[in-house]
Design a protein around this ligand. Structure first.
Ligand code: MN
Length: 231
């Protein structure tokens, strides 16, 4: 096929112990999946159903990167998250079958322009400019699901300049991996290459140029992000 200009290369993630990369198709994010974080944001978890927002695959940034402090914000926040990487199609899939479509898991950061998100919430406008911007979806290497084991007891944490900011267990998630996939698959034809950021624990906060963020989840490759100068 002939294009008028060079198309963007496919964004991809590293897979632990594999030479082939995982090509990313879409990025879904779950809102308010830890009760304590929902409270710190001035809300409550909706027990009826999870809710979502999305990020462009172009927002994907590998762990280890130094990213510029983004434009348009004075309140750039970290949200450490457990990320599901799908490996098979799923549409209206039952909860019991959902684990079968998981390829693997990774550490992720849902970087957020909190002031823009807060203004959007206030005015009942979309969250896009607060959530979906360049370098806002940071991802560590993917570990295959069979090498990770059952999700639950693992600790998830984030430190900034070695000072602890966020700490929880994956079992603290309100909606489980299987419940999220099953519910999201009632809304989309999910498929290989789709990532799901599963929400962040309490302790979100601002970062500034020069900060070094270190994210960890037991059993997964660690994640690092360095905040560079403002653009
Ligand atoms: Mn988030």
């Amino acid at each position: 096929m002939k294009f008028l200009f060079d198309p963007e290369p496919v964004r991809a993630a590293e897979v632990q112990g594999a030479s082939a990369q995982y090509p990313v198709r879409r990025i879904f994010c779950v809102g308010r999946n830890y009760a304590e974080h929902a409270r710190e944001m001035g809300g409550e978890v909706d027990r009826e159903a999870p809710f979502y927002f999305t990020k462009s695959a172009l927002a994907l940034t590998p762990s280890g990167a130094t990213v510029p402090y983004p434009p348009g914000t004075g309140d750039y926040h970290h949200e450490m998250e457990f990320v599901i990487a799908l490996g098979a199609p799923a549409f209206r899939i039952a909860t019991k079958d959902a684990p079968g479509v998981v390829f693997g898991y990774a550490c992720g950061l849902d970087m957020t322009r909190r002031d823009l998100q807060a203004a959007a919430k206030e005015k009942r406008r979309p969250w896009d400019i607060g959530k979906d911007f360049e370098h806002s979806a940071v991802l560590g290497a993917i570990t295959r699901a069979e090498d990770f084991g059952p999700v639950g007891p693992q600790a998830i944490s984030l430190s900034v300049n070695r000072a602890p900011r966020q700490a929880a267990r994956l079992a603290d998630m309100v909606w489980s991996v299987a419940e999220i996939i099953s519910h999201l698959s009632t809304l989309y034809h999910l498929g290989p290459g789709d990532l799901i950021y599963t929400g962040t624990p309490a302790g979100v906060g601002p970062v500034v140029p020069g900060d070094v963020l270190d994210g960890k989840i037991d059993g997964l490759g660690p994640l690092r992000l360095v905040i560079g100068a403002a653009e």
